[in-house]
Write a protein that binds this ligand. Sequence first.
Ligand SMILES: *[C@@H]1O[C@H](CO)[C@@H](O)[C@H](O)[C@H]1NC(C)=O
Length: 497
Amino acid sequence: MMMMCFNNKNRSSVVLIGLVVMVLNSLVFEGIECLDYGEALTKSLLFYEGQRSGRLPPNQRVQWRGDSALQDGSANQSIQNLVGGYYDAGDNLKLGFPMAFTITMLSWSTIEYSKQLKAKNEFNNAVNAIKWGTDYLMKAHPTADVLYGEVGESDSDHQCWQRPEDMTTLRTIYMIDDHHPGSDLAAETAAAFAAASIVFRSIHMIGYSFQLLNHAKQLFAFGQKSPGIYQTSIPDAGKVYASSGYQDEMLWAAAWLYRATSKQEYLDYLSSSSDSGGVRTTFSWDDKYVGAQVLVAKLLMDGKAGSAAAALGRYKQQAEEFICSCVGKGSNNFKRTPGGFLWFLPWNNAQYVATATFVTSVYSNYLTATGATLQCSGGSVTPSDLTSTVQSQVDYLLGSNPLKMSYMVGFGSNYPQQIHHRAASIVSIKKDQTPVSCKGGFDEWFNKNAPNPNVLDGAIVSPDENDAYSDSRSNFQHAEPTTVTNAPLVGVFAHLA
Ligand SMILES: *[C@@H]1O[C@H](CO)[C@@H](O)[C@H](O)[C@H]1NC(C)=O
């Protein structure tokens, strides 16, 4: 097992004083800690079981959760079955836009690191995490031009503090259709279906894979035919996940569809687009240009772009400029906290570090496969240079940081105890069936200065710009885990493990 070890204390003076003191020192201060990337990988996937909505399966490992939201889809006088999927974060909303991105990134992690996941016995867990999402997303896409993008209502949800198992909040359903466009939502969901179809094809679930691909093609066509931003049709989702545009999702979906089908039309879409994003400052649930750029760069490296190669060169150049900036060798390097963590944005910064380290990881593989190095404006960068940046970021996340705190819940001995998460912060329904009321949950659980009764293994939260962290449920900008953060990290942990 590969582990990274680091000293909690600076022991250089100890060496001078001698062996006896060194032994005492390690006894007294427990000077060495080891980071087990395999354990981080296991927990990053367990997290998804804690986020499950719907009827839990017999092989559910996170036992403190129970069945929930079994009537989803029955609001609005509808009979659409929308049971299942994932709660997006510490609330009980099901939001299609970040959920689809989560599934796309989980699929990318699984495609890129299938060997490593198998070696660690996590491949099946990764596939199950994807399938929990795709089973739901297929229900949410009943006909070609109808896609449900939200279940729940944000104000109603945020005004209550309840376990998913006994929530009493509105479960309103929202959709896009021919008269209510949402190309970003449609295309992101197409990307998720196309990427997942590659995973299921690889394990010979041919029928399922074919179904996914069909959904992907229909949704891409729908996004193309009725252009628009999804929160104009689903304003409620816009309150929490407003999209800044749809062209990035269209390119990202086209790139995944090309990878899944090798059909010329998707390559043409990429090469004929005048917009390839430019050099981006983040890769996120809102902005997928970097993802599309990296996928296109891979096509070029594999010689699979044919006569489109020249028109696609800009994608590769922009991808590489982003990665150069991640490793501090670009022309406009990303900021870091004083402790060395990449710093993008104040709200849940870990999600951006997750995607940045993911593309840096996969790029190191691409370079290794072709025997190339990356030419950055700050000098040439080898695959192992890329991996050492990734490792430094992961080590920081898992405890090698000024507070010596693991920002992954359940990992190590010092991790956040009061994350902003309804299910984790309220006694398990398996232990106490008394329903928790909408407001009662605040009085009894949210405002209680005590550790969450349930440890949500693998949940990831974020330190702030100054390497500080306030372990408080009301600190929702830093203390609320989301499904989008873990998906790329599954690949990153597999890369390091
Ligand atoms: C369900 O009802 C809400 C209003 O209560 C509305 O905003 C929403 O668009 C409706 N959804 C569908 C799918 O008709």
